[in-house]
Design a protein around this ligand. Sequence first.
Ligand code: G4P
Length: 549
Amino acid sequence: MHVAPPCPRRYMRPMLDTNTNRPELPPEIARRRTFAIISHPDAGKTTLTEKFLLYGGAIQMAGQVRAKGEARRTRSDFMKMEQDRGISVSASAMSFDFGKYRFNLVDTPGHSDFSEDTYRTLTAVDAAVMVIDGAKGVESQTQKLFEVCRLRDLPILTFCNKMDRESRDTFDIIDEIQENLAIDVSPASWPIGMGRDFMGTYDLLNDRLELMDRADRNVVAETIEINGLDDPKLAEHVPEHLLEKFLEEVEMAKELLPTIDPQSVLEGHMTPIWFGSAINSFGVQELMQGIANYGPEPQPQQASPRTIAPEEKKVAGFVFKVQANMDPKHRDRVAFMRLASGHFKRGMKLTHVRSKKPMAVSNPVLFLASDRELAEEAWAGDIIGIPNHGQLRIGDTLTEGEMIRATGIPSFAPELLQVVRAGDPMKAKHLEKALMQFAEEGAAKVFKPNIGSGFIVGVVGALQFEVLASRIELEYGLPVRFEQSQFTSARWILGDKDEVEKLVNSNKQHIAHDNDGDPVFLTRLQWDIDRVERDYPDLTLSATKEMMV
Ligand code: G4P
């Protein structure tokens, strides 16, 4: 077994403020925790979210966030979920209170094909909760999402779920996380028994037993304070056949695994792990307390020409997600903005930095589980929804006047290109409108070739074509079909305007424009790209385009 080097410190109780190296934040900001859950499908993200909301008082009964049906993640159901904007919208960003803390949980769309959206979501959070299935360990999608978190040095808290089922050896699970994800793991709790024998955990941070009520899924576990592992109370509660192994394991864990180091967690080098069973509501509150304690509080936002600090008095925020047609009766859209600084009040006039125009934000919304509410105010760390008619795009920054732009919101290179055609050729204009909307949402890249008619759509995963076709039909009443395109690669042409024009004019059959009107070079041959780069050394053919103009 591979384990991290022994650490001389003993387990300690969590400090209430782990952000001691940063200037003190106003209490309203300091109490905010904005995070996402990352996991492989089926590990228990939905169940855990539901329990968070339950303990956060945002829903009365478990079961409300869950889409119905046995095959929730089959293609058709996934699309149904996407089409049912109610569900996906209420799940996009949810706010609820836990003790003195305000949690903002930002949903990461679960499907692997929707990775682009997922990645962008992670730019709006300060931490991630990684849920793994105790029987399966680190799975492919978890690993992929973890790598994205690592790019941003996001703190990660781990929840090892489904301990009520036969699961892997605890050391093996920890070892796998350490090896596959190259991160130190510090146990915050330790399971007692597993599968049928799983009876609860030992809370290493607070020296107490948490015992699960197997009969009632929504009953809070029984807590028994103990005084170290020699406490005779242990034998009163843990059956003999489990006790010996448990004591041996915890002794070994204390010796071999590092104790929790809040600073290291904050820097993304260490993840505390809790063991539990989301479906039995077990271990969830301890995890929530962990989020509160190790959070962290809202972090500074990378921006140009300077970083934005959350404690700044003036409001600044950036759009990381746009969702259209939330209300089928209106063609409005909601831009999800993460507040990077300040204290926002409803009705504030902010500057839309890209257009340099003022924008009154009079109907911002907050999402409380299934309800949306008008947001009278919001603080750095919060996510608010801003209804608009298309002015707000992904990557946009709103400020109180300063020309500053949030950076680091990624745009991915489309890997698959297809031509889209309307079933009814007379409806080309409608199709254009629908495509522009999806391009603005960041759901696809849309290119209009200079020669010929029709549009080319670029996506990251093949399933996106099906989802788009289904949404265009549902939301615009327009059946469409996707066909193979003669092109396989798209490159944005960046550089001096005259040079760009020269290239555009002498390669007309390869040129298209994206939804912002920016020129794109389309081809199926790497040779073509090499040729252009050789002939136009001052131009760059880029696989991605920064979201901001
Ligand atoms: P996901 O969002 O990560 O995809 O996972 P989700 O919460 O939907 O959970 C996937 C399946 O795992 C669900 O079963 C759920 O009930 C089950 N599950 C979640 N947490 C636990 C746990 O702690 N223990 C056990 N034993 N199972 C758990 P399903 O059969 O797919 O759906 P359902 O019929 O239960 O709704």
